[in-house]
Structures are given as C-alpha cells and as structure tokens.
Design a protein around this ligand. Structure first.
Ligand code: MRU
Length: 348
C-alpha cells in the first residue's frame, strides 16, 4: 500500500447517503459521519466538517445527487425545479470558494440533457462521481508540476490545509510533498497553525504526519522569524478563487505570507485546479469574502480567551494581489508573468 493511501478520504458517495470524514474532530478522532439529507450536507459545509475548496465542491455535488433522489415526482419539470432549489440552497452555504458553484452548476447543466426522471438522477450521480475522480487526477498533475519547483532537501512553508482531505486526494499545495515522497526526494514542510480555526495545526500537521512527510508546526506569528532563520526556500498555498488578473483568495493570513515572501525574496506559489479559477471576475476586490462567527476568534476549543463584548472582525479569507504571486500551478502547467494575459492563454 502506498503511504498516501493511509490518509483517509474526506468524502464518499454511497447509494442513499454520503460518508464524510468529520474534519472538525481531527486530529483527536478519525470519525466518519453519514449525511442523508440536503440539510445535513449544508450544515456539514457551514460548520467546516468538510472544508477546502475542491472538497466542498465534491460534497455539494454529492448533496445535489441525494436531493434529486429524494424528490418524489413523476414530472420532469418538477424534478428540475427541485434540483435548482437544492442547488441554490447548497450554494448559500459558503460564498468564497468558487468550486462550490462550479460543481453545482456543472451538475445542473449536465442534468438539463436528460429526458426522463431516471436519466436525470443517473446523470447527476455520474457527473458528481466524475468530478471527484477528475479532482484526484488534477491534484496529482498539480503535484507533478509543483515538485519541479523544489530542490531535494528544501524547507517549504505552507498555510491552512490544501491537502488530501481538502480535495479528492493528494491536495493542491501539499501534492508536491506526496509526489516528492514517492520519488525519494526530501521536502520539509513548515505548517502555519492558521488561526482562528487551526487548519494548519489540526489538519496539515496531522495529514503530513500520517504520510510520514517531515513537518514542523509553527504559530502564524512565527512565520517571519522562521523564514529568516530556517532557510525557507519557498511558500506554497492553495486557493479558494483565482480571478482573471491572478488575484487570489485563500485562507486569512495568506496575504501576510506573500508580503513576507517579497521581503525575503523567496518565491510565493499558489497551487490550484482550473476549477478554482473564476474568469468572470477581473479583480480580487470583487470576490465575496466570508465573515464567520466571532466565536472562532474569541474562543479556542470552546474556551473563551477574549473579554465578553469585545469587537471582533473575522474574515475567513484574504486576497493576495497577483503581483505578489511568483507562479500559479494548475493541472495544465505553471503560469507566470502577466496574469491578465497568461491566465487567458492557459484556458484557451
Ligand atoms: O475555510 P477553509 O478551511 O475551507 O479554507 C481552506 C483554504 O483556504 C484552502 O487553502 C483552499 O480551499 C484550498 S484547498 C485545496
């Protein structure tokens, strides 16, 4: 068994339910939950039981399959109206990661081809499973491209969790670590803990440890010192939405790291599948940034650490300007240069 197979899958579609790895409980518990209804799926996405742009998209797609199966009707139009309603409900779960909308719309569009109720349900299921399968292949390809950017023995900093459990498999920013491992190349990861929800500490540190990748955990405020003192060769992160000019939304804290990379003159890479690009938007300031419950900031693991009544600002993501990004790695290759031009070319 390859080392990577020791990392659990984040989401699977069964006949009448979804099996979901509850990422809220990691690393303490590796626990799977069954989701049966549209509401279960919506709640799982909102509460971050599943998170990471591609994994959210896959889970929402599976949710739409369950929703369509649950609609009892003999009329094709009624089924399609129900599917669109379910699509809108799932789309309301989180606003920033474009993969959510991309996956849901891909399913709705595919189902429009169907001429019977049975065919509609079959197409939805087939398309949802295809999205998952494709994401695995795409992430592997991202890893293959990204690994060429790093030298044997390099120390590389990452943020949040853009790993296997945030995707169908391999991850985006973490994919090169796995590919390197398979090839006997040593890459050492430095993982920022990623306050407020601690995806770095809870998920990236755990996931890389499972795969026996050398990982060192730091708190977010140690990043500058770590770059200065630990010979960090590069920073690599994932993305929730990349727009036409290369501006990229990713987990809050990413922008600070990009600024640090510029200061220390090290490359800052974004690894993202083409499904994370939103070419309908020109600039990063058009991206809707999710603001989450203030409790994520005032509390740590259920314990209040801030005074009652303090004002809180809790954006879940920030936008890194394209100018601060050395290269964007997709399944199709590595994009560099003037992103307004090069991203268009990449998609042609
Ligand atoms: O709030 P989250 O945990 O869903 O945020 C996740 C990130 O910001 C990831 O870096 C991004 O979705 C890419 S996952 C391959």
């Amino acid at each position: 068994m390859s080392i990577l197979e020791t990392i659990p899958r984040s989401v699977l579609l069964e006949k009448d339910h979804i099996v979901l790895l509850n990422q809220q409980l990691l690393p303490g518990k590796v626990q799977y939950e069954k989701l049966h209804t549209l509401q279960d799926v919506w709640e799982a996405i909102v509460s971050l039981k599943v998170r990471g742009a591609p994994a959210i998209g896959i889970t929402a797609a599976f949710g739409l399959v369950l929703a369509a199966d649950a609609i009892q009707t003999e009329h094709l139009t009624t089924l399609h109206v129900g599917i669109k309603k379910a699509r809108n409900y799932l789309a309301s779960s989180r606003p920033t990661a474009v993969n959510l909308f991309w996956a849901l719309d891909r399913l709705v569009e595919a189902s429009n081809e169907a001429t019977t109720i049975e065919e509609t349900r079959e197409i939805l299921r087939r398309e949802a499973l295809l999205i998952q399968k494709e994401d695995e292949d795409v992430c592997r390809q991202i890893g293959e491209h990204a690994v060429t950017l790093f030298e044997h023995g390099a120390n590389i900093l990452t943020h949040c969790n853009a790993g296997s459990i945030a995707t169908a498999r391999y991850g985006t920013a973490l994919a090169p670590f796995y590919i390197a491992k398979e090839r006997g190349i040593t890459l050492r990861a430095f993982a920022c803990e990623t306050r407020p929800v601690l995806q770095g500490a809870r998920l990236t540190a755990w996931e890389l440890q499972q795969a026996e990748v050398d990982v060192t955990l730091i708190t977010d405020n140690m990043a500058a010192n770590t770059i200065a003192s630990k010979n960090i060769a590069a920073i690599i992160v994932g993305a929730d939405r990349v727009v036409a000019n290369g501006d990229t939304a990713n987990k809050i804290g990413t922008l600070s790291l990009a600024i640090l990379a510029k200061h220390y003159n090290i490359p800052f890479y974004v690894a993202a599948p083409t499904s994370t690009f939103d070419l309908t938007l020109e600039h990063g300031n058009e991206i809707v940034i999710e603001e989450r419950n203030e409790k994520e900031v005032t509390h740590v693991h259920g314990t209040r650490v801030a005074p009652i009544g303090v004002n809180v600002y809790n954006p879940a993501f920030d936008v890194t300007p394209g100018q601060l990004i050395t290269a964007i790695i997709t399944e199709k290759g590595i994009i560099r240069g003037d992103y307004s031009v090069e991203i268009q070319k990449h998609f042609q």
